[in-house]
Write a protein that binds this ligand. Structure first.
Ligand SMILES: [Zn+2]
Ligand SMILES: [Zn+2]
Length: 471
């Protein structure tokens, strides 16, 4: 009796524990354990072979028109709309030969179908799918279906049940995996998938620089004042009001806090090209992380990438969205800093899938590197133990950034936040001694080294930055 009561009690306790675990982690205890906990996210994002790209045959309507003229001895006349009607919408052009709307017939009385007078293609402007680029499965040569539109990309899937990729994946499943697949077929990736991104490499280039109306050249070449202001405001992280107060009360220089902000903004405009284009010659130990920043009262993300050996900030992109486009832009900054991309470049990041998607994006563009995700907080897997130090460095960088950011109480304009980030990164890379570099600065410039004081170094740095603006 007591025994069966105890058994019931134990079962009850187990359920309580299970419930607590579900409440705490959102995951149950009784789930079928995956043989490798990292397996699943990686599986979803594993980089499959590239699809076969099928580009439909294209013509150039001007060449076709010239051909027509040659053959028939006269110009092909544009379409004359029926009485009371006009040409089809001027935004529509022929998907096959690019002929403009004046060569397009309304082929079925305004119900959507058009016909090109130049190349005879019939099409529906609302559904150009089969006239555009299409993708074929590299394993079975069947057309892929577009299955999902996500922000930043579209997913295409091979639905062919006889596809070798699909069949082999089914065959290689363990018993447990097969069972899990039966219960939740959408959790396991067994079919060939391709992601087409809605942006291209060219769109990842730098943000357009902030414009400033204030000319600084007289300021930093003739006076120590500018260097003092930058030192208080950036190095010591004082607010613009405190900086102005020190200039007034200690140095007897009457300036307003707005002047401090204006100088900072003008300086950042001049410094950005040097910060972005300096030949840093990075190592292969790169880590990245995001943190928050308030712009116009709204939280934005800033994504840092950082050379963990040289302690150099390589990227500092800001975006209102923590999305794949942000990750791709930040990684673009990193890979363009190499003269030749290292064969075994590894980027250590957190568990956010945007980095895996970025890896897929770059692989689509024949740029290859490995993403290493440091997920948990405990050293329970090899990956985490090896790369945790890198991860800790970027977290420290984030803390330093937040501390220097706090004094500014957020920003009223996006200019202000970009200004702050550029100045912080410049200070970090070129001026801040680093404990782990034996108190040396990450990027050593001899002309700066020989100067004794920080204000003098800021002024010199501005002069060096000028040459980057002109080049
Ligand atoms: Zn046409
Ligand atoms: Zn296939």
């Amino acid at each position: 009796m007591i025994n069966s009561f105890l058994v019931l009690y134990i079962v009850f306790l187990k359920q309580v524990i299970n419930l607590l675990i579900i409440l705490l982690t959102g995951k149950g205890l009784n789930k079928i354990p995956n043989s490798d906990p990292l397996n699943k996210p990686f599986r979803d994002f594993q980089i499959d072979d590239k699809p076969i790209i099928v580009k439909p045959e294209r013509f150039n309507y001007t060449e076709l028109l010239a051909e027509h003229h040659k053959l028939k001895g006269k110009q092909l006349a544009p379409v004359r709309p029926q009485k009371g009607r006009s040409h089809v919408d001027s935004k529509i052009s022929c998907p096959k030969c690019s002929a403009p709307n004046i060569y397009l017939y309304d082929n079925n009385g305004g119900r959507g179908q058009c016909k090109c007078k130049v190349c005879s293609t019939k099409f529906n402007p609302k559904n150009l799918y089969d006239k555009q680029v299409r993708f074929k499965c590299p394993h079975c040569n069947k057309f892929l279906d577009s299955i999902k539109n996500r922000s930043n990309f579209t997913i295409y899937k091979c639905r062919n049940n006889n596809c070798s990729f699909y069949k082999n994946n089914l065959k290689s499943m363990t018993k447990e995996e097969r069972q899990a697949f039966k219960e939740k077929p959408y959790d396991t990736k067994v079919r060939y998938i391709f992601r087409e991104f809605d942006f291209d490499l060219a769109s990842l280039k730098g943000d357009s620089p902030v414009q400033s109306n204030i000319s600084l050249s007289k300021m930093y070449s003739s006076s120590h004042v500018f260097g003092l202001i930058m030192t208080y405001y950036v190095n010591y992280g004082l607010s613009s009001r405190k900086t102005a107060a020190i200039m007034r009360e200690v140095h007897g220089v009457k300036i307003s806090h707005q002047t401090v902000l204006n100088y900072a903004e003008a300086a950042s405009v001049l410094l950005k090209p040097m910060l972005d284009n300096y030949p840093y010659n990075p190592t292969e130990s790169i880590c990245g992380d995001e943190t928050y920043i308030k712009v116009n009262g709204k939280w934005n993300y800033i994504c840092f990438f950082f050379d963990a050996v040289k302690k150099i900030i390589l990227s500092y992109r800001v975006s209102p969205h923590r999305d794949t486009f942000l990750a791709c832009r930040a990684i673009y900054d990193v890979i363009t800093k190499y003269e030749k991309l290292p064969d075994s470049l590894k980027l250590v990041v957190d568990g956010n899938p945007i980095y895996l998607l970025a890896e897929v994006f770059f692989a689509n563009n024949d740029i290859n590197f490995d993403i290493v995700q440091v997920i948990g907080l405990t050293n329970d897997d090899e990956v985490s133990a090896e790369y945790r130090p890198l991860k800790q460095i970027i977290e420290r960088l984030n803390r330093t950034f937040k501390r220097s950011y706090k004094t500014t109480n957020g920003y009223n304009s996006s200019n202000g936040s970009i200004t702050h980030i550029i100045l912080f990164c410049t200070y970090f890379n070129f001026l801040k001694p680093h404990a782990s570099l034996e108190q040396k600065v990450p990027v050593i410039i001899p002309e700066l080294e020989e100067l004794e004081t920080m204000p003098a170094r800021w002024c010199k740095l501005m002069k060096l930055a000028e040459s980057y603006c002109q080049s």
